[in-house]
Design a protein. Structure first.
Length: 343
């Protein structure tokens, strides 16, 4: 229920039993969820005069590691004494479609929650994709906007957040975007403001009643599998070779390198540059009978789309492409042309 506030402040659209309107943002490193949380917190507290707090939770500061940002707003007369993660959000923002079906993503989402999902899908399709029991679902193709404006999805999503919450005003968020980006990256401010405006316009929203189509997911805290009684000494990970299961697909921000083997000289520069060992090589005899290492393919499962390999390749064998425009077969094969014969 909307809460009336003193001092001319717009009422909060909903509050929990402690009096907070709570936001949870789910993302991975590299998409600006932490910055978005800070901008939102500053807009609400410093520019508009609500009381509130913001913090983020992330592991190693590495592109691709899980990131959650939490923001709380309340009446200015209320003291913020809660500093735990948001478990039952009024607003859940999912920064990437690829992480949307992670177990527990919808944990604590109820019929009064608004979920914003970065996806080209419409709300009906997105509901089925997520398995959302009930609530308001807002979809926005923030990735497309970010690619077109050469920015990141965070400012597009801030535009959508400002539009759907109403009380975190457009002007307050804009001011904070200018302050946040103006100091270090002044040249990016106009593009970020355009991204923000588009995020506030180019979204679709639909409210779904609890019709029994999907099961609600009340908040539950997963138990710890390892603790001081049973964890290996020194925190070692005994499962050797477990990194082969890692999947960095969700870290890519719209672009992937495409390998044209007909131009590749197997010089190895890309392999030295790639931080994630994405390139697969094979030892094969050359025409002169000499054993050589030949580049065979890119493993896209391990590729986070940093594009360092594209910059380093002197032979034009690696090119940056929009991932949505690349044929699925190319991603499966790991190259765009037939395998190169040994030299
Ligand atoms: S893709 Fe480019 S950098 Fe990599 S081995 Fe081939 S020619 Fe060298
Ligand atoms: S973009 Fe290139 S360098 Fe970066 S992770 Fe992917 S393959 Fe490796």
């Amino acid at each position: 229920m909307a809460q009336e506030l003193k001092g001319g402040l717009a009422p909060l659209p909903a509050t929990n039993k402690l009096g907070f309107y709570e936001i949870r943002m789910a993302s991975v490193g590299g998409f600006g969820a932490n910055v978005a949380g800070k901008i939102l917190g500053e807009a609400g507290v410093l520019k508009l005069g609500y009381n509130g707090s913001n913090f983020s939770s992330y592991g190693s500061e590495k592109k691709g590691s899980p990131v959650s940002a939490f923001v709380r707003f309340c009446d200015p007369s209320l003291t913020v004494r809660v500093n735990s993660p948001v478990t039952e959000p009024n607003l859940l923002v999912i920064f990437l479609e690829s992480i949307a079906r992670t177990p527990g993503m919808l944990s604590g989402v109820g019929p009064d929650t608004t979920v914003i999902l970065n996806t080209p899908m419409d709300p009906d399709k997105a509901r089925d994709f997520l398995g959302l029991a009930a609530g308001t679902l807002v979809t926005v193709d923030a990735m497309k906007i970010a690619i077109e404006e050469k920015t990141r999805v965070n400012t597009a999503l801030l535009g959508t957040i400002s539009a759907v919450t109403g009380f975190i005003t457009h002007d307050a968020v804009k001011e904070c975007i200018v302050e946040a980006f103006g100091k270090k990256y002044a040249a990016t401010v106009p593009a970020n403001l355009r991204t923000f405006e588009r995020g506030g316009r180019e979204y679709q929203s639909k409210k779904f009643a609890a019709d029994g189509k999907y099961k609600p997911q009340p908040f539950s805290r997963a138990g710890q599998k390892l603790g001081y009684l049973n964890q290996p000494i020194g925190g070692t990970i005994p499962a050797a070779g477990n990194s082969m299961y890692k999947d960095l697909t969700s870290c890519r921000s719209g672009y992937i390198p495409v390998l044209d083997l007909s131009k590749c000289t197997s010089c190895g520069e890309c392999d030295i540059t790639c931080p994630d060992y994405c390139f697969e090589w094979e030892s094969a005899p050359s025409k002169k009978g000499k054993q050589e290492q030949i580049l065979r393919r890119i493993h896209y499962q391990y590729c986070k789309g940093c594009m360092r390999c594209v910059l380093i390749c002197k032979f034009d064998a690696l090119k940056s492409h929009l991932e949505t425009e690349v044929d699925k077969a190319v991603i499966e094969n790991g190259y765009i042309t037939g395998a190169k014969e040994a030299k």
